[in-house]
Each structure stands twice: as structure tokens, then as C-alpha cells.
Design a protein around this ligand. Structure first.
Ligand SMILES: Nc1ncnc2c1ncn2[C@@H]1O[C@H](COP(=O)(O)OP(=O)(O)OP(=O)(O)O)[C@@H](O)[C@H]1O
Ligand SMILES: [Mg+2]
Length: 457
């Protein structure tokens, strides 16, 4: 008996009392912790309540049989190891059980040595699973930065960057899809840094009408325009000695981009309708869920402003690319919403977590948060199963740059045309750009009926 098996729990389910007692004695003699149940229903109940991953169950029982126990166990936690005890002659059943995900089976009658051999092998496997889970848990507990959680390599890197930049005043550009936590990162930088006791002012550039952004940001003097009946401090002034968070910077109109650039260079502002310079001591953090590079090449975003904002950049990958953050975030949201809605002992059964880990989360962390909130609100049972998860049907589907109507040959042709344009009809240069050989490109140009001479200018 390996020392590591000492505190391992085994659930024994059998309707015959004498059989239960014998098994229980043998297993506890060698150091396992044994719990027993006289039928499948009670067995599952115990299984779900105890942190138990090893089940030894009789196949034929009145009521719920062993196959059903197996199925329900795996629905609860796909890593539970079930060993079935079958009567001599019911081999087809045993084969079905293995197909259904059982760890192994024992054909009755079996002796003590047979039993211990199978159990110990299964126990080794369970031990590994438990160690793995423990490790994940320990790692998970170490990674939190203010309200930001994450233990994926990507998030740890984000934490490192925050740590390095929180006490300097350089601008930061945070990029990432909607719901990835950009605002939370901005707050983590501000509140953990030297400006943390001063204001954090968030401005959503996309939510303010274009005509109002300027006065919102810079304020105005009395009489600057009709209706300006008094002096008004803009967001920059409100953020004095603190941080201004310019969200959705990508939609800022070009004329305002010029003004912002000037603020960044000169570190002072004028209220609208006033010539008085106001010295600014404000840290600027900007965020966007758009591809600014694209906007720049379209002439919709100024390159010089981009460089000014992008002194430090933090990119938050979509949640589907950092699956290892899902358990931690899920637990966090369960805690948050059980408290808010006064629910006790809410927990996600392992199969439900597996389902979340396979989901694509077009709405990222915000969507996960919404799913957990809705699920807790609409579920009476404290155990959240895979089926009871309330996925949000209204989330926008994942953005892709390729429209689904374009076919592969169409895309290929478009790429070749692009490359030929860029290289002004030089096949050698275009082939190099595309990463294919001269001959291949020549063949494809012929196939698509293109003429390199059309791309000379
Ligand atoms: N790493 C994280 N840890 C804990 N909560 C997070 C994390 N990331 C995001 N959240 C939560 O998810 C929600 C969305 O985050 P946030 O508003 O920061 O996203 P965003 O990137 O600014 O989205 P948008 O582009 O739509 O404005 C918030 O409720 C936030 O608290
Ligand atoms: Mg945001």
C-alpha cells in the first residue's frame, strides 16, 4: 500500500449487507477510507456530497443499477473512476460498462487479491487526478491583482506588466475584445499605483455624442456657447492628480484626436471658450476593442497619437484562448452572486465546468459572469449541472475578418491580387510576399485568368 493512498475515499455500493461489510473490511484494512451505500440513489447522494472519485458498485441491484450509477457519476464528474462488480456470465454487460466509461470490472466471485489489484490501480489514477486538481487550485489562489483574476500565462504576464508600470506616468493602451477586462486592468493600474488615492475618471468615447465629447473632456467657460451658463470642469480636470481612462478610443473623431495629442504633448488644457491654460497632472490610459492598425491605414486614426498612447501596451486575449482562467473566474462569480442573491453552498458540478471550458465565449469574461448570474438566479438547486447552465443567446457571434460567404478560391484570388498590386506586377516579389514559389504563383495567375501587366501601376 502506497502511503499516498491512505486518505483516499472509496464508495462501495451493494444491496447485500454481508457483501458490503466484507468489501468494507478488506479495503479499510489496507488503509482506504470506505463509505457504503445500499442502493444507487443513496450512493450517488454520498458521492456528490463527499469529494470522492472512486466507486465500487454492484451491477445488478433493485432500483438503480450499476450502469445507471456509472452514467450519473460521469455526468457529475467525468473523472470519477467506477469499478463494476458483475456476476459470472454477464460479460456483455461488463463490456458495455467499459464502453460507457467504467474504469474496470470484477467478475464475481473474486478473491481479495483480485479486488486489491484493481482497486490499487484505480487508486493510483485517482491520486494523480487529485494531485493535479490540488496543484491547479494552489496555482489559482496565487493569482489575483486587485479585482483581476487569472492564472493563465497570458494573465500572469499582464500582472507583471501592471506591476512594472503602475508607479510611472507613461500612457498605456489596453487592447482586447469586448468583455476581456480592459476597464478592470485600467483600474488595477490606477488603484495599485501611486495615484490610487486620487480620482479615476472613466470616459466612454463611444457613448458621448460627437458634438459633446470636446466639452465633456475639456470643460467649458461660462458663455462659451448658448446654454453654457456657468464654468464647467471637464473630465481631464476632474481626473487631476489621478487617472483618466479613455475607453473606446478608436471612435474618437479626428479633430479631437489632434487636440488629445496636444494635451499629451503639452500637459495642459484650455476649457472651451477660455484662453486660460490649466496645468494637468493626469495619467492617461486608453482602451479599444478595435484594430487600431486597421483604422490607421484607413486614415481614421492618427499614427502619431497611436504612438503617444502606446508607450506601454497590454493585450488581453479572448477568454477562449486562456481556458485555464475559467475555473478560477467561475468560482469567483459563483461566490459573488451567491452572496448577492443569498444562496448557500452553490457549486458547479465538474461536468458543468468542463462544458464551460469547451465554450467559445464570444462575450468573454462578461459573458461568463452573465451566465453564472442567470444560472444562480434561475436555479433552485445549489448544484449547477451542465444542463442548467443558462447560456446567453443574445451574445454577438465571434468577429472574424473573413466573411463566411467568401470561398477559399475567392480568398486565394483576392490575396494574389493584393500581392501583385503591392509588388506592381512583379511575380518574384509577389510570390515572396505570399510565401509560395514563382512557379506556383505563375500557375495560379493563369488559373484565375489574371495578367501581371494589369498591376504595373
Ligand atoms: N480577469 C478578470 N477577473 C475578474 N473579473 C473580470 C476579469 N476580466 C473581466 N472581468 C469582469 O468582466 C466584466 C467585463 O470586464 P470589463 O468591463 O473590464 O471589460 P472590457 O474589456 O472593458 O469590455 P468592453 O470592451 O465591452 O468595455 C466586468 O464585470 C469585470 O469585472
Ligand atoms: Mg470597457
Amino acid at each position: 500500500m502506497k502511503k499516498s493512498h491512505l486518505d483516499l475515499k472509496i464508495l462501495v455500493i451493494d444491496d447485500e449487507t454481508s457483501q458490503r461489510e466484507i468489501l468494507s473490511d478488506i479495503l479499510s484494512d489496507v488503509g482506504f477510507t470506505v463509505i457504503t451505500a445500499e442502493n444507487g440513489e443513496m450512493g450517488l447522494e454520498l458521492l456528490f456530497r463527499n469529494n470522492c472519485l472512486l466507486v465500487l458498485t454492484d451491477l445488478k441491484m433493485p432500483g438503480m443499477d450499476g450502469i445507471e450509477v456509472l452514467k450519473k457519476s460521469l455526468q457529475f464528474d467525468p473523472e470519477i473512476q467506477v469499478i463494476l462488480m458483475t456476476a459470472f456470465g454477464s460479460i456483455p454487460n461488463a463490456v458495455n460498462a467499459i464502453k460507457g466509461g467504467a474504469y474496470d470490472y470484477l467478475t464475481k466471485p473474486f478473491n481479495k487479491a483480485d479486488l486489491l489489484r484493481v482497486i490499487r490501480r484505480a487508486a493510483d489514477k485517482v491520486q494523480l487526478i487529485l494531485e493535479n486538481r490540488q496543484l491547479k487550485e494552489e496555482v489559482a489562489q496565487n493569482f489575483q491583482y486587485h479585482q483581476l483574476l487569472g492564472n493563465s500565462p497570458a494573465m500572469r504576464q499582464v500582472f507583471q506588466i501592471i506591476d512594472r508600470i503602475r508607479n510611472v506616468d507613461a500612457t498605456v493602451l489596453i487592447t482586447g475584445e469586448s468583455g476581456t477586462g480592459k476597464e478592470l486592468v485600467a483600474k488595477a493600474i490606477h488603484f495599485s499605483g501611486s495615484r490610487g488615492k486620487n480620482p479615476f475618471i472613466a470616459v466612454n468615447c463611444g457613448a458621448i455624442p460627437e458634438t459633446l465629447i470636446e466639452s465633456e473632456l475639456f470643460g467649458y467657460a461660462r458663455g462659451a456657447f448658448t446654454g453654457a451658463t456657468r464654468n464647467h470642469a471637464g473630465k481631464f480636470e476632474q481626473a487631476q492628480h489621478g487617472t483618466i481612462f479613455l475607453d473606446e478610443i478608436g471612435v474618437m473623431p479626428l479633430p479631437l484626436q489632434i487636440k488629445l495629442l496636444r494635451v499629451l504633448q503639452e500637459k495642459k488644457i484650455n476649457r472651451l471658450g477660455s484662453n486660460l491654460d490649466i496645468e494637468l497632472d493626469v495619467r492617461i490610459i486608453a482602451a479599444t476593442n478595435e484594430q487600431l492598425e486597421e483604422k490607421i491605414s484607413d486614415g481614421k486614426f492618427r499614427l502619431d497619437l497611436f504612438h503617444r498612447l502606446n508607450i506601454f501596451s497590454i493585450h488581453l486575449p479572448p477568454l477562449r484562448e486562456r481556458i485555464s482562467d475559467i475555473p478560477l473566474l467561475t468560482r469567483h462569480f459563483i461566490r459573488k452572486f451567491s452572496e448577492r442573491y443569498q444562496r448557500q453552498n452553490v457549486r458547479l458540478i465538474p461536468a458543468a465546468l468542463k462544458k464551460l471550458e469547451r465554450y467559445s465565449f464570444p462575450g468573454n469574461v462578461r459573458e461568463l459572469e452573465n451566465i453564472i448570474e442567470k444560472t444562480i438566479l434561475l436555479n433552485d438547486s445549489p448544484n449547477i449541472s451542465a444542463e442548467s447552465l443558462m447560456f446567453d443567446e443574445t451574445q454577438p457571434s465571434k468577429k472574424t475578418s473573413l466573411s463566411m460567404s467568401s470561398t477559399l478560391p475567392q480568398m486565394e484570388q483576392d490575396m494574389i491580387i493584393e500581392a501583385l498590386k503591392a509588388s506592381r506586377g512583379s511575380i518574384t516579389a509577389a510570390a515572396k510576399k505570399l510565401g509560395i514559389s514563382f512557379k506556383t504563383l505563375q500557375y495560379r495567375i493563369g488559373k484565375f485568368g489574371l495578367d501581371k501587366r494589369d498591376f504595373k501601376n
